[in-house]
Design a protein around this ligand. Sequence first.
Ligand SMILES: [Zn+2]
Length: 593
Amino acid sequence: MRKLELISFFKKKLNKKIKRLIYNHSLETRNNRSVLTGLPDNIVSLSYNLDIDLDDEKFVFSGTTTIEFKVVKNFDELNFIELNTCDLQVHRAEVLSPEISDEILEAVDIQQNIEDQTTKFTFDHNKLKHLTTNFELKVVYTGITGDKNCGFYRSFYTDEESGLDKYQFVTQFEATDARKAFPCYDHPSIKADFQLKLTTKAGFTHLSNMPAKTSTLFLEGDKQRKSTLFEVLKKHTTYLVAFTASELVPIKSQIPFRIPVTTWTLKGYEERSQYSANFTTQCLKFYEELFDIPFPFPKLDSVLCRDFTFEAMENTGMIVYDVNSLLLEPNGKHTIEELRYCSEIISHEVAHQWFGNLVTMNDWTDLWLNEAGATFWSWFCCDNFYPEWKVWDSFVCGSMQLGLNLDCLESTHPIQYKSCTKGQIAQMFDDISYDKGAAMLRMVTLWLKKETLVKGLSSYLKTFMWKNATSEDLWYHLEQASSKPVVEVMTKWTEQPGYPKVTVNHISYDENEVTLELTQTRFFKASKDKSSNGEIYPVILFIRNGDKVEHVILQDKTMILKVKRENNFGIYNLNADHSGFYILKILLNIKIY
Ligand SMILES: [Zn+2]
């Protein structure tokens, strides 16, 4: 079992999604720009109308994006509007507002800043300054469906049946590549409504986050074209918007559920795609009950993509998977590690629909909230359906070790960043965010007990659904549910890098108890790495004595601890089931039995 787990983890690491977050949840501004987005802070995006027309032969698309903004500070000092864009050729921009006398105000200058990935639209200030309420900005542009697996891109494959070379056109926006498909405020803290109209050649299936509202076939010259208008995706962030135009085959879940659950696969992969549809439904049912929150979207599609950089991407209502993560040989022809691998990924991505999509981190600094949350709940989910896998044993031997191994290096970082630049975001999708983060959630679960944790978690999700949240928000709700000092304890664990070595010195013993002196120091793998800042960790000791596990927190550098001898041998364990994220050094300087 352990070996299989290590194989699974090894595969996982090869493809691990490179994601990251920053942490700064205030609406702090500097020089009239939001500290979070870097964009002018005088307007806030409310909704996007995206109209995208794909030329699948020339690998280009034309787009018209109309954004409704709310003015929060007037334009007295600004004569421009600035948006995130990357690799888009902007042709025209105009403001539409009844507050401007002629109702359409065209940009007099359009400047793209390639390094900052922004475009500045300058307008006649005498007119722009009249905007005080809501207005629309319409931007007309063209883009390229490239082959770099980001933005709105083309994925190459060879059709299994015909042997013909073909392309799927699909999006991958996380972390900051929505700006390659449409101009936007491209930051997780900004939630808005999105409505997409997608036009391509007639032969493609169109999918997006939401179901199609209308679908129209029409002739353009001698070519038959297809337009799909999707329902509005409410209160979302840009990195979770997704769409595809591909030749896809639907595989419906065989497990009844109140909304459609479908895996969209390529020809020739139908049989191997059935498990994906079925297990996705099982996960939805499991999480709905666990979180006490019904899956809040009207459908869930899974899409197979042949050329995908990551294992999967959790876009709301339209999860995209690579081949290894989605396909599974039917009828017992798969190996156990293949089944585990698919199940872990599917349950991770479905958990994201709540952790990340419904409640979104406020900044990339809190990426771990998304990734550790989804990782941790995926283990919970797999343990529910496959208890024989003993996934928590595997967690300790696999996932947790990845976190411990990285976190004892001098180059490690806190789970929760204080701030981060766009260039740092990719580095944040590492074993600290995923695996140390998941180990923190397991530690707090074993401290509070599962029922209390689920109660606090459900409260957190219900409070912040359709909004953004921070690490502190999560800890606060767990503290409320448990009446334990969760905020104080866990904030130190997420804000400080590394973990401690706890040295246990036996002081004395008698027939009733053993007296121990505990001393903590930050642990480094290499002796030359000693850049400790004197970190003190709130070490939760999980003291097993007999059948019971008691919790004591080592708050300071040293502590005297008395452990009852409840059996004849005086054998005890200070980190029962490897619940805590630290290592113990036991000095056997006294014989205690
Ligand atoms: Zn994830």
